[in-house]
Write a new protein. Sequence first.
Length: 248
Amino acid sequence: MFKKLLITIPIILVLIACEEATDENLTLATFKLQLGSSLAKSAGAQTTFPMVDESGTIFTITEARVNVRHIQFDLPESSEADSSDKLSFDGPFLFNLTAGTITPDIASFTIEPGVYKRIDVRFDDSEALDGLIQAGDPLLDNTMLIKGTFDYDGNTARNFQLVLKFNEDLRFEAAGGIVVEAGQTTNMTLELDVNAWLVGLDITSCLDDGELTLDSNGDLIIHDDNPSDCQDIEGIIKDNIKNNYDLK
């Protein structure tokens, strides 16, 4: 059974008593952000996520990390904020989607109740100055690292590594907007649909035809700096990640 990587955002709202709402004294709520996989197991265990290419080869993800530059909320039209039409929560943040962790940990912050248009999560390449990625980590200077194993040519435990570099917003929207009510706890889940990440890609055929090659260890490494003569693998995966999500 295929699974989805989940970005879980619990919204905890606390009314602040005030006689009347003004620009200086708004009725606010507390927003607490947590990113990870709701399918992650207990500490020390590893959750895996299968994705399949057009030939039916299953690539089992054991690690997925992404660098996020910021998270933005489109403010409700009724908002009394006068600084911008967006509320930005700036990073950078390192999200481990398989382990369900975020670095640095995000503390709660105030947010207005209302109907938000959408949530934008900005995927961006990491930088050494951010201090989140160690030297030698393939995620350094890149955006997303996906690692795991796959079965090819009689070897059931070949390693694969996808190193992607892109600067894009994932825009999570819901019909009727995202309702944040004062005095209640609202739980939202942003789902990244792993099942769709290899749609339109036939990595197996690329290997069979010699247009994509394994390294000296028999492993598969796909990197923007090491393009193949096969399909636009990196571009298709990026588009599949951006365009296949859900908000619940």
